[in-house]
Structure formats: C-alpha cells, structure tokens
Design a protein around this ligand. Structure first.
Ligand code: 4AD
Ligand code: MG
Length: 484
C-alpha cells in the first residue's frame, strides 16, 4: 500500500504529539537547508518539516526546491519556532518528483492574478487558489445537501440539446459535419442536418430548465447542477462561455414561494461556507482587504468579506418590482446628474449592470429580489401577470441581485396555461414544432410551477470576494481562450 500518509490539516490540528507519521506534499519553501514548508492541499497552512543537519547529502539537499514533491517521515513534535504549534522532525525524506526552481513559474512572491491565469495548471499551488477551490468545493457540497434535505431529486439534464431554452440564440453548435464547405445542403442552400450525427441540428445547452420542468411534473421538486454554455461575446469579469448552473424547478410554487426558496437556499449555502471554510475565508478576507487598499476610496466595498457574508445571512433580501426599481432609479441623483452610462428615461428598458449595482450597493445596500419585469425583455416561458395595463405587460420573473456581482439568480413562475404560452411563443418566434415535448406538459396535467437558475461561479465570486469570474473556475472559457 502506497498511500500511507497523514494529511497535513489533520497533523496541524493534532492535540497529540511525539508519534511517528508520514506526509507527502509539495515544497512551498526551503530555508537554511533545514526548514521545509510543505503543503498537500488539505489546508493553506504548511507543515514545517525539519531536516536535521547532516541527514541528507549535498546533492539531495539541492533537490528540495520549490514545487518539488516529497515524502517525509518522522516524529511530530511541539514546535519551538514561531507560527506553528507542531512540526515534523524528519528521520527520512524521499524526493518523489523534482522541480527545477529556475523554470517553475510559481515563485515565493506575490504573482498577479493575470499571470496566474496564464499558469492555471499550476495556480492551485498558491494560497489564493487553494482557498478559492476548497471553498468552491464546499459550496457545491452544501448545495446538494440543501436540496437533499428537502427531498428534491437531482436530475442530470442533457449537455447536447436540439433546443434553445432561453430563446436568445447564444449557442455553440455541435456537429460532426465537415467544415470545409462539403457538408450536404438543402435546395435553398442551407446545411442539411439530416446527415449530421444526431440527424438534426444540435447545440450545447444554455440551460437545463426545459427538461427540468418535465421532471418537476412528476417528482414535484427537482434540481439540476451542471455545466451550461453561452456563445455570447461578453468579455466581462462576470461572464464565462462555460459556467455551472444550479436550476431547481418546483411544481405548486408561485413566484413568492420561488423567491422564498431562493433566499433560504442562498443563506443556507453561505452559512455552510462560513461554518466549514472559516480558515480559507479568513485568508480570502485578508487578501481582499489588501487588494482594496490599492483602490481609491469610492471603489472600496466598505465592508470586509466576512462582515458582508454575515450581513447577507442575517438580513432579509429586499423585494421590489421592476416598476418600483425604475422609479427609484429614475428619481435618483445619480440619474439626474447623468452619471449612468445608460440613463433611465422610460419604463420597459432592460436594466444594465450599472443600474443593478446602484440598487444593491448604493440604494438598498443588500441583496435585492427584483420581480415582475416587462414581458418584452424576458424569456417566452415566464408567466404573464394578470391585470396589467395593456402597454405595461409584465411577467412573473425574478432576478436576485447581489452586492459587487449584480445578477446572481434568474428565475420565474412558469406559464402553465397552454393558450398564453403558445401566444408568447408565436410572438417571440420560438419554434413550437421543436418544443412539442415541452408543450405536452401543459397538455397533460399542467400546474402552477416555478424555478430559478443560480450561476455557480457568481456565487463563488460572492463568497470568496474574487473580482474576476475567471479566477473561480479551474480552467475558464471565454472569448479567445480555451487553454488547458
Ligand atoms: O438568467 P439566466 O439566463 O436564466 C436561465 O438560464 C434560466 N433558464 C434559469 C431558470 O429559471 N432555471 O441565467 C441564470 C443565472 C444568472 O442569473 C447568472 O447568475 C448565471 O446564470 N449566468 C452566467 N454566469 C456566468 N457566465 C455567464 N455567461 C452567465 N449567464 C448567466
Ligand atoms: Mg438572467
């Protein structure tokens, strides 16, 4: 058996000392030919491995370089040195994998996040990314725990689909047809997908919602958690071309039930992270504080990371309608002084991220659930509100906006009435024939139902305080980049 080792996290929190143990990990630094800071990814804290003078010959000492992988065995002892309770007094050290200190890109100094993005294959070996990805893991686990405890069924919806769930046309095509112009064509010159792999045109999914709705019409409460893809050319710190989304879908929930679940859900997973990732979050809070010191006063968030998370867990999310939001924005000094790039002049416009951020960061200073958006700017499946003025038709949509991030959740009560749904689909040029199976749910036992989608990376950004979404997913995909 090879894997006979104790994780460094366990040793560092050990009450007992004076026992023999073995660790394996990667060298973070080596001081005075004597003190190795060893990390195995179980925690950001390194174990100090003490190499007795004369224990290793000169050539082996030289091999203990930053990035090298080693195995060390010895006795765990109380540490005399500052900064750690215990240390390992090595009796044997074996170099498992050498690392050339000259060419290893991660040096014991502060690297920029941009540099580390270019070295994403090695950035897990830094404190920042160690913390980010352990927190990401904990959040994913908490999400499953939350839904499992409520009896939701986890559905794996397809990654390859023939439909456009959002009707926005931002899809990556999936095909095995030749791209050299020799693909078979129809009489009108368009590509004939009958001879393609699936016998039809297919794409990577933008959302598992439509399939999720089918399952909710049997299990009553389901959720998806999987990768989704958007071919939108958005080069922003909040957009990815490949991101993970959590999409619960619930029969017998109206918009208010939906908002209640979303608020409870977000608070639950944040509370979980603050409880189980306190060390990593403390590190990230410190990192953010230092990063913010370099910013001008007005760009600083004002609240520390831990305070912010605590605040979100302890306070009610503000709930207002789109119409109320437009009134607040229109009357704001910010708008009157023409400080918005997109001025708020009329009801019906889509909100830009500057507007969303004004609402959450300046006006309410807490998360906001915005509901009842104009039908024209929302997807075809959202339920039409009743008794609207004819020129102000709204739908039962709900977006949750978070400080520093903007939109973190998008959802709605679904249109369960066949006649209304068909009318909306025709208005918005959604092909009915392709969605026959979706329409069947409205034919056979339709009911009031709702759901939402939480962008997982935006949540990880919120919890870790990382500014750029490209730094909270292991290998980000965005326009012009699919390295690794
Ligand atoms: O608002 P969206 O487009 O909603 C849907 O896809 C619905 N089908 C969800 C549902 O009701 N089941 O996306 C939902 C969330 C957004 O609020 C945002 O957090 C995230 O997904 N998101 C992105 N995250 C990263 N990069 C992108 N390009 C994103 N687009 C959306
Ligand atoms: Mg949205």
């Amino acid at each position: 058996m090879y894997n006979q080792r104790t994780k460094i996290k366990a040793l560092l929190s050990s009450e007992a000392t004076h026992f023999q143990t073995t660790v394996m990990g990667w060298v973070r630094s080596f001081r005075n030919n004597q003190f190795i800071a060893l990390n195995d990814g179980s925690t950001n804290n390194n174990l100090q491995v003490v190499v007795e003078l004369g224990m290793l010959d000169e050539s082996n000492l030289k091999r203990i370089t930053i990035g090298a992988c080693i195995r060390a065995s010895g006795e765990l002892l109380p540490s005399m040195g500052k900064g750690q309770k215990v240390e390992l007094k090595a009796s044997a050290i074996e170099i498992l994998g050498d690392s050339d200190a000259e060419t290893f890109p991660i040096q014991p100094k502060r690297h920029s996040l941009e540099f580390l993005r270019e070295n994403a294959h090695l950035r897990f070996r830094t404190n920042t990314f160690g913390a980010v990805f352990r927190v990401r893991h904990a959040l994913a686990f908490a999400i499953h725990q939350f839904f499992n405890s409520k009896g939701f069924v986890y559905m794996h919806t397809p990654v390859i689909t023939g439909s456009d769930a959002e009707g926005a046309g931002e899809m990556f095509r999936v095909t095995t047809l030749p791209i050299d112009g020799s693909a078979p064509r129809n009489e009108d010159g368009s590509i004939n997908f009958k001879s393609d792999f699936f016998g039809r045109s297919t794409n990577l999914t933008v959302s598992g919602q439509l399939e999720g709705e089918l399952a909710a019409m049997a299990f009553s409460e389901i959720y998806t958690f999987g990768p989704t893809f958007r071919a939108e050319n958005s080069n922003t710190p909040r957009h990815l071309a490949e991101f993970w989304m959590i999409e619960p879908e619930m029969a017998f929930y109206d918009l208010e039930d939906n908002a209640n679940l979303a608020e409870e859900f977000i608070k639950y997973i944040i509370r979980y992270a603050t409880e189980y990732c306190s060390e990593d979050l403390a590190f990230l809070a410190q990192r953010l504080e230092e990063e913010e010191k370099a910013l001008p006063q007005e760009k600083r968030s004002g609240m520390g990371l831990l305070e912010k998370l605590d605040f979100v867990v302890k306070n009610h999310f503000e709930r207002i309608t789109y119409t109320q939001a437009i009134d607040i924005l229109r009357e704001s000094n910010h708008n009157k002084k023409k400080k918005f790039q997109y001025p708020i002049d009329q009801w019906g416009i889509d909100l830009q991220s500057e507007h969303e951020r004004y609402l959450v960061e300046k006006h309410f200073q807490k998360p906001v659930i915005l509901t009842n958006y104009p039908a024209k700017i929302k997807a075809f499946y959202m339920r039409l509100d009743e008794n609207c003025p004819p020129d102000r038709q709204t739908v039962a949509a709900m977006d949750i906006l978070a400080p520093g991030i903007g939109e973190i959740v998008g959802g709605s009560q679904r249109e369960e009435r066949m006649d209304h749904l068909l009318r909306r689909m025709r208005e918005m040029h959604i092909p009915e024939k392709e969605l026959w199976w979706y329409l069947d749910t409205r034919r056979f036992g339709s009911c009031v139902h709702s759901g939402f989608g939480l962008g997982f990376e935006r949540l990880v950004q919120f919890v870790t305080g990382m500014n750029n979404i490209r730094d909270v997913i292991a290998f980000p995909r965005y326009p012009g980049n699919a390295e690794f």
